[in-house]
Design a protein around this ligand. Structure first.
Ligand SMILES: [Fe+2]
Length: 480
């Protein structure tokens, strides 16, 4: 509790909090701060401070770091900086809280943009009643309507109201999807804004590569162990190659570690095992063939024994005991932020990519052969699953799927197509698969790249594709 002696100090500290870009501290939050002054320090040291500080934000700040995260923080060479392993059960109010959190997190990124610094609340635009003044607002997309003229009407909302935005027919605006948060600059009319510019939260134009990397990292996903289509030959070459290339110190596995059980009708006839535990045991046996000094990060995908909705917590120990027993395997969530040698990797399975690719005209026909194009648009929106209704997103109190902090490497799987890209200095990696083309993929016209994996030099950020479907891969060496 603050006593009267400390009032002056308290006011000064609160002013410093406002200097971090905070606009409002709600009464419940202020009461908490007044009772526990250490919260001011926690706010000042937090990587993320929303423009509006609520009591629930402060509760999140004071949550103890889990034992597991603490252990990981102490280990040398890597750090799992953001891992989703703690959540509250969903209630009827969770959906509102989730969207408020999404709005707060992304709008705080948008407020930093020069042209949105003077953004006003939607209620104030509606009060202006058509004076054609230049106006900036930040809102969440509620709906999109195409007009015959080629223009669009986008409905946006913020905590104060709802507003229609008339968009000119500009190609990049086809990428706008429901539930994303964006900025609008234009002229205000009667209950409408005539947009001149749409501002996506995006990332700075140039993101430099840290000069701290020394070794190499291999990026893979979609092993689908247990599937009869898992290619043992490709995987055996992969193990042999990694065991001889000791400069590769990290292996990232972005989900679909196993094929799962009961994923679709008739799957049992396409499986080598009767239970998911046996599939994880088989995976542990295969990974135990890799040298012990290779650190392996393993996250879940939609085929794994994690919950269906995203974010997905790590695969539970109950299903994968043998995997947890391997000392060099670190089980993480999807998404997870992992720092190795000063390089920040955002590893995400990519389950939301199906709905995302299908909803955006510019990538609809190419997305499964150019997955990194979809990753670029996700970064622009600073969200891993912008379309709430198209995926299975869990309504957390804090939206864990916001892309923050900005990674150096953005690694996804799910598409089964290996590709390397770059967006404003962020290295994009869509990793390949060890599963041969399935009948389902054949029907959809997808062209997976089994055996093709991505290798990255952490010193330079340069990536290359290594093809383990080829026998002569074993004669390739990093020394050459
Ligand atoms: Fe997969």
């Amino acid at each position: 509790m603050i006593d009267s002696m400390d009032e002056k100090w308290f006011k000064k500290e609160i002013q410093q909090v406002f200097n971090k870009g905070v606009r409002v501290i709600y009464e419940d939050a202020l009461k908490m701060i007044y009772e526990d002054a250490s919260l001011i320090k926690a706010i000042k040291e937090s990587d993320f401070v929303p423009p509006e500080i609520t009591g629930s934000f402060l509760k999140g700040l004071t949550k103890p770091i889990s034992e597991k995260q603490e252990k990981e923080k102490q280990s040398n060479g890597y750090e799992v900086t953001k891992n989703y392993d703690d959540w509250e059960p969903a209630t009827s109010e969770s959906f509102i809280q989730y969207f408020v959190s999404r709005y707060q997190k992304i709008s705080s990124l948008l407020w930093k943009r020069q042209s949105l610094k003077s953004a006003i609340s939607i209620v104030n635009v509606n009060r202006a009643r058509g004076d054609r003044e230049r106006t900036a607002v930040i809102g969440m997309v509620k709906g999109i309507r195409d007009l015959k003229s080629g223009k669009k009407i986008v409905e946006i909302e913020d905590p104060t109201g709802l507003l229609s935005v008339l968009l000119p027919p500009i190609s990049g605006y086809d990428e706008i999807v429901p539930d994303e948060v964006l900025g609008v600059v234009g002229r205000s009319g009667r209950d409408i804004i005539f947009a001149e510019e749409i501002i996506f939260p995006d990332v700075p134009i140039s993101n430099s590569w840290p000069d701290t990397g020394e070794s190499w990292a291999m990026f893979s996903s979609d092993l689908h162990i247990g599937s009869k289509k898992f290619n043992k030959e490709h995987f055996s070459r992969f193990v042999k190659w990694l065991n001889k290339e000791k400069k590769v110190k990290y292996l990232f596995l972005a989900g679909d570690l196993v094929d799962g059980i009961g994923m679709y009708k008739g799957q049992q006839s396409e499986l080598d095992f009767d239970s998911i535990e046996e599939e994880y045991d088989a995976l542990a046996d295969l990974l135990s063939e890799l040298r012990e000094d290779l650190i392996i990060f393993a996250g879940p995908g939609n085929h794994d024994a994690s919950r269906d909705s995203e974010p997905q917590p790590p695969v539970p120990k109950a299903f994968a005991k043998k995997l947890y027993d391997l000392k060099n395997v670190v089980m993480v969530s999807s998404p997870a932020w992992i720092r190795v040698e000063g390089i920040l990797v955002l590893m995400y399975h990519g389950t939301s990519l199906d709905g995302f690719i299908d909803s955006i005209d510019s990538i609809k026909s190419i997305g499964y052969n150019r997955p990194t194009e979809a990753l670029k648009i996700m970064i622009k929106k600073r969200h891993l699953a912008p379309l709430f209704g198209r995926g299975r997103t869990f309504p957390d109190q804090n939206d864990f799927l916001v892309i923050d902090p900005i990674p150096n490497i953005f690694h996804t799987g799910h598409i089964h197509y290996a590709e390397i890209g770059n967006y404003r200095g962020i290295r994009l990696i869509s990793s390949g698969t060890f599963q041969e083309k399935t009948e389902f993929q054949e029907k959809l016209g997808h062209n997976p790249t089994p055996g093709l994996m991505v290798l990255t030099d952490l010193k330079t950020g340069k990536s290359e594709l290594i093809d383990f479907s080829k026998q002569d891969v074993l004669s390739q060496s990093l020394e050459n």
